[in-house]
Design a protein around this ligand. Structure first.
Ligand code: FES
Length: 153
């Protein structure tokens, strides 16, 4: 029997009116990850200044409503932070900012964190810098064709 999940008002707000959806042209870093549990995909674009502060962040996802809401909140949380500070925007921090998620949806919130890390890794690689504590993403999807195939572009 399926169960009706309860979402906080903040989750509903970010789901119905997601912030920072879209792409950034010539981004400083891009990260695309897949969710091991449901197979959904998330891509994060970062625009980072010379001072290493994140000026803009946008996302595209094929994930569910919880993935949309968590990514929307995550983009808001990382904009204005340095690349180092952005590492503190964990899925836990994003869930807290949204007043929680139903336990079966926690895996959805991982997409944003992992995609941000993958985008930061891409930025670090391109610029030959090291971001302390940032690990190489295990799930960055090299095959971007699949992403565009799914988005019909
Ligand atoms: Fe796939 Fe939520 S079910 S991201």
């Amino acid at each position: 029997m399926s169960q009706i999940l309860e979402y906080s008002e903040k989750v509903m707000d970010h789901f119905s009116n997601p912030r920072n959806v879209g792409e950034i042209e010539n981004p400083s870093g891009v990260g695309t990850v897949g969710n091991a549990k449901c197979g959904d995909i998330m891509r994060i674009y970062l625009d980072i200044g010379k001072d290493r502060v994140i000026r803009d962040c946008k996302f595209k996802t094929f994930g569910c409503g919880a993935a949309v809401a968590t990514s929307s909140m995550a983009t808001e949380l990382v904009i204005g932070k340095t690349v180092q500070e952005a590492l503190q925007v964990t899925n836990q921090a994003v869930m807290e900012a949204l007043d929680g998620l139903p336990p079966v949806k926690v895996h959805c919130s991982l997409l944003a964190e992992e995609a941000i890390h993958a985008a930061l890794w891409d930025y670090a690689q391109k610029n030959g810098i090291e971001i302390e504590g940032l690990k190489e993403p295990a799930k960055d999807i090299e095959d971007t064709e699949k992403f565009y195939e799914m988005s019909g572009e």
